[in-house]
Design a protein around this ligand. Structure first.
Ligand code: BDP
Length: 597
């Protein structure tokens, strides 16, 4: 699947804006055929956005089940004779789509795109009705998992279950003979770069394929013929952290001298490799500094927003962060495009979070249940996880910013059943993308000596809360415990990235003698962790949890959401932001905020 784009042979029309909307907690719409006519009793909802917080009522906020979206779009007249495609960048968590009266698509998984060829149902020059039903329920078979009990959605992860059309919706045209897939893998040998490309096409029998690579000033640097090939770039300008140099690969389907279809893909030439305890980018050791980051905003929920895309990147740059993890699901593709252009390094994660009922028993008081079993996450849940991983890799594999796949966040990782669930997923990730390392974020209950999944991973990724959930308020004990555990992990001979560490802090709560929840305690906890990281060579990454405060479900440990943000939910810095800037940029605040790139 290729993303919609405007070019000599393709056009796009974004369907964002206000759509008609109706909640359907009783689940009547599917039986009654609500897509067959104008949605009755509808209110307006913005797309893209979560619907949960925009209406200021509990009905939307606590909704469980179907929600209906509808709009009308006029198919451009100029698209006559073209193939017309309808695409959703995300519909959380699953959707069915109709054009007019006809079902055109069904998709499971809230954070990856899907599309339908709607040529037969969308006549150029005419208006068509597009109806979508989005279901926010989580089950044992979904990723992430959950259960509906007494009409209430229960889930085992620590962020609000926002739902809706979170990203753009597109109508687009392509020629009937069209490129429909491209994969690039890049290499570096000395000053020479290589771009290995593989294309797929539909209805293109008898047509040729041409690949032309241009530098950012438009100069052609390499060209090849064929659906697959290798382009060689002398004196290559690599993509590297902090400098997102991109070439442009123009692919064309050709009929003799004529171009039938053409598609452009930005390409960063870089390599990623794990060697011993080092994480190498372009053969050079790389240390991750940055955050675990949610897509989470007041009112918008998980709706993508370019304002905060740019603003959050500016704030991360202000702290000196060079990277972030897309916790705990694939983020909007615009975020990765931006990271590509600005040399921001990304760990890309599936939405497999909360696959840990041992943790749920302790943290949420859930009954003890096996996580991976026929009655809980079984074969169907495993198949959904595999599909989510496949869709993530297929979506993100051409982004130079993405250097590491995270298969899951804090799953159960110390049982035979966990091994049986995960071993095939690690194999799948490697089969889909042999060019990137693979890992998962391990949780504290599975320390070194107990965890078994790290054996499959290239990188040890640890979420550790010494000084917060353990040794609360006792940073001396926390320091000794963190040191001992990291030393044990270092014996594995793999790079260690601490993918989460941190403390809640309510902005404005200050204490001379720091206690948990104050800004000072958050600073002291981070300083403690940094002392430990600096003593252990195998630690090649520190991602503070979290970039900003974010919404969660209700809980006695949450004050209007999770407060482990270094920034508040409205992006004001806590004292910890200043500390990170000093550590990561070596500069004393206050300084001038800088926009990356
Ligand atoms: C970790 C999770 C993260 C939570 C965090 C916390 O990976 O999603 O928000 O802890 O408790 O367990 O703040």
């Amino acid at each position: 699947m290729l993303r919609p784009q405007d070019g000599p042979t393709r056009e796009t029309k974004r369907l964002d804006g206000l759509w008609a909307f109706r909640l359907d907690a009783a689940g009547e719409g599917r039986g009654a055929g609500w897509w067959r006519s104008r949605l009755a009793d509808a209110r307006e909802v913005p797309v893209p956005a979560s619907y949960d917080d925009v209406f200021a009522d509990a009905e939307a906020r606590d909704h469980v089940g179907d929600a209906w979206y509808q709009t009308t779009v006029r198919v451009p007249r100029g698209w006559a004779g073209q193939r017309v495609v309808l695409r959703f960048d995300a519909a959380t968590h699953r959707a069915v789509v109709w054009v007019g009266d006809v079902e055109v698509a069904r998709h499971e998984g809230g954070y990856t795109p899907f599309e339908a060829d709607v040529t037969a149902h969308a006549r150029p020059g005419e208006a068509v009705r597009v109806t979508v039903v989005v279901d926010n329920r989580l089950s044992w078979d979904s990723v992430p998992p959950g259960v509906v009990e007494d009409g209430k959605q229960v889930y085992f992860h620590d962020f609000y279950n926002y739902a809706g059309l979170h990203r753009s919706v597109w109508l687009s045209s392509t020629p009937h003979a069209h490129l429909d897939d491209v994969t690039v893998v890049t290499g570096l040998t000395g000053t020479t770069g290589t771009v290995e490309y593989r294309t797929g096409a539909g209805g293109a029998e008898g047509l040729g394929t041409r690949a032309v690579l241009r530098d950012d000033d438009g100069t052609e640097v390499a060209r090849a013929e064929g659906a697959t090939g290798v382009l060689t770039v002398a004196d290559v300008h690599p993509w590297r952290p902090g400098e997102g140099h991109l070439y442009e690969l123009e692919l064309a389907l050709t009929d003799g001298p004529d171009v039938v279809d053409s598609y452009r893909l930005p390409v960063g030439v870089r390599t990623v490799e794990v060697r011993g305890t080092q994480f190498l980018i372009n053969g050079e050791p790389f240390s991750f500094t940055g955050f675990g980051k949610h897509e989470d905003l007041p009112v918008r929920g998980k709706g993508h927003d370019d304002v905060f895309l740019v603003h959050d990147a500016a704030l991360m740059a202000w702290t000196g962060a060079n990277s972030f993890r897309t916790a705990h699901y694939p983020h909007a593709e615009e975020v990765l495009d931006h990271a590509d252009r600005h040399g921001i390094v990304v760990i890309s994660e599936t939405a497999a979070v909360g696959q840990n009922l041992g943790l749920a028993a302790v943290a949420l008081g859930r009954p003890a249940q096996p996580t991976f079993s026929a009655a809980t996450i079984g074969e169907a849940g495993q198949a959904t996880h595999a599909r989510a991983l496949r869709e993530l890799v297929e979506r993100d594999r051409n982004h130079p910013s993405v250097v590491l796949w995270s298969i899951a966040n804090e799953p159960e990782s110390d049982t035979d059943e966990a091994c049986a669930h995960f071993e095939p997923l690690f194999a799948l990730a490697r089969e889909l993308d042999p060019s990137r390392p693979v890992g998962f974020a391990n949780m504290m209950f599975s320390p070194h000596g107990r965890d078994r999944l790290h054996a499959y991973a290239d990188v040890v990724m640890l979420n550790r809360y010494y000084g917060w959930y353990r040794h609360t308020g006792d940073l001396a004990a926390a320091e000794a415990a963190l040191q001992a555990e990291l030393e044990a992990w270092a014996t594995e001979g793999k790079p260690i990235i601490v993918t989460e560490y941190g403390a809640d802090a309510v902005a404005g709560l200050h204490q001379v003698v720091p206690m948990p929840w104050s800004e000072e305690y958050q600073v002291e906890l981070l300083e403690m962790a940094h002392r430990v990281f600096d003593r252990i060579d195998a630690v090649v990454g520190e991602h503070v949890w979290a970039f900003a405060d974010f919404a969660t479900g209700p809980g006695t440990g949450r004050v209007d959401g999770n407060r482990k943000g270094v920034f508040t939910r409205d992006r004001r810095p806590k004292a910890a932001a200043q500390l990170l800037r000093r550590r990561w940029r070596g500069e004393d605040p206050p300084g001038r905020p800088t926009v990356p790139g």
